[in-house]
Structures are given as structure tokens and as C-alpha cells.
Design a protein around this ligand. Structure first.
Ligand SMILES: Nc1nc2c(c(=O)[nH]1)N[C@H]1C(S)=C(S)[C@@H](COP(=O)(O)O)O[C@H]1N2
Ligand SMILES: [Mo]
Length: 199
């Protein structure tokens, strides 16, 4: 007798992709920016990690390019309810960037050129879950999608994936970012539908 798992049949699956609750699939790539697209030249670009004790670690563009990169293909989920399956990126894992950073901090506040911020627990940046990406679909990352480089943290709602990333501040206590301080969820897990504070 065939044993069929109810869970398997009860879920909408498309080539292994799954939609979190309340989301719909889009095949386009919407642009969502809270302000103007900042112009950052590669000569001036730098990425800074600042620890809870004030120690700074910096990478310029050449130094970022010299680090080993990965090519994650991931599904992304925006809190405005679109999801996009199978997006292809190239960038440096945060495991590589944070490897030699001495810190015991649990929280991170990610900062962008143009002053956008978002808060993420440090553990959600580690173990292959987050990248600083500089290429999308085999091309340089377009400025409207966060080029020269953006954070990619696909297991959280896409507002956590800060475009035009310029640094990460490590903190002992959580500080809220741009959307979190106006009511969006501190963590933002799409699978638990954590859209707003209190969800
Ligand atoms: N710096 C910055 N990063 C940002 C945003 C922003 O307004 N500024 N918007 C966020 C939101 S709400 C989403 S859904 C994604 C959108 O990325 P996209 O424009 O490449 O689709 O970027 C996130 N990162
Ligand atoms: Mo979003």
C-alpha cells in the first residue's frame, strides 16, 4: 500500500519552491527604495564592520573583490507580498567577512549609503545565510537593486537585505532600523509571517 504524506500533497510546490503564507509569486523584479538611489563610486566605496567595543574593520572595493565569492540562488520574499523564485547572485559570505572580527555581540545594525538601516541578529548573518552581493544574473548589480553591493539575507523578509550596504555595527543590545522603528517586525521571518511588531 502506498503511504502518502499529507503534508507533501497539501503544499503548493513548484520545482521545489514554496510560497510563505500570504505571498504571491512574481516573475518581474520590482524595485523598492525608500529614498533616492545613492551614487557611490567604486574608488570611494568601503564596507566597515564596527564592533561593540568600537574596533573597525574595513574593506575597499579591491579587497572585497579579492575575497572568495559564492553564487547563491535563492527565493526572496518582500513584505509587500511579492516573492521571486530562483534569484541568482554572486558575492562574499558574511562568514568570510566576520571570520577574524573579534566580537561577542548578538545584534547587528546594517547601514547603507543613503542612511537606510535595518537590524538583524548576528547569528542570522552567519553559517551560510547572508552575503554581500555585487552581481545579479551574471551582471554587475544594477544601482536600483543596490549596486555596487547590497546585503542578501534571503531567509528574512527582503527589507532586511539592505541595498547600497556600507557597513555593519555590532551591538550588545538591539537597535531598530528604518522600517523596524516605524512598526515592522524586528526579526521578519516570512515563514512565520512576521510582518509587523507583534506578529
Ligand atoms: N538602502 C535600502 N535598502 C533597501 C530598501 C531601501 O529602501 N533602501 N528597501 C528594502 C525593501 S523594502 C525591499 S523589498 C528590497 C527591495 O530590493 P529591490 O529594489 O532590489 O527589489 O530592498 C530592501 N533594501
Ligand atoms: Mo520590501
Amino acid at each position: 500500500m502506498a503511504v502518502i504524506s499529507r503534508g507533501f500533497h497539501g503544499r503548493a510546490r513548484d520545482k521545489g519552491h514554496e510560497l510563505p503564507p500570504g505571498q504571491y509569486e512574481t516573475t518581474g523584479f520590482p524595485v523598492l527604495s525608500a529614498g533616492p538611489t545613492p551614487a557611490v563610486s567604486l574608488d570611494d566605496w568601503e564596507f566597515t564592520v564596527r564592533t561593540e567595543t568600537g574596533v573597525r574593520y574595513r574593506w575597499n572595493w579591491q579587497e572585497l573583490m579579492a575575497l572568495p565569492s559564492e553564487t547563491p540562488t535563492v527565493d526572496i520574499h518582500c513584505v509587500t507580498k511579492w516573492s521571486k523564485f530562483g534569484t541568482r547572485w554572486q558575492g562574499v559570505s558574511l562568514d568570510v567577512l566576520l571570520e577574524n572580527v573579534e566580537s561577542g555581540a548578538e545584534y547587528a545594525l546594517v547601514r547603507s549609503y543613503g542612511d537606510y538601516t535595518t537590524n538583524i541578529p548576528v547569528e542570522d548573518l552567519l553559517d551560510g545565510k547572508a552575503w554581500i552581493v555585487h552581481r545579479y544574473d551574471d551582471e554587475e548589480l544594477p544601482a536600483e537593486h543596490g549596486g555596487p553591493a547590497r546585503l542578501l539575507v534571503p531567509h528574512l523578509y527582503f527589507w532586511k537585505s539592505a541595498k547600497w550596504v556600507r557597513g555593519i555595527q555590532l551591538l550588545d543590545e538591539e537597535e531598530r532600523g528604518f522600517w523596524e522603528s516605524v512598526g515592522y517586525h524586528d526579526y521578519g521571518d516570512p515563514w512565520r509571517e512576521q510582518r509587523y511588531q507583534g506578529d
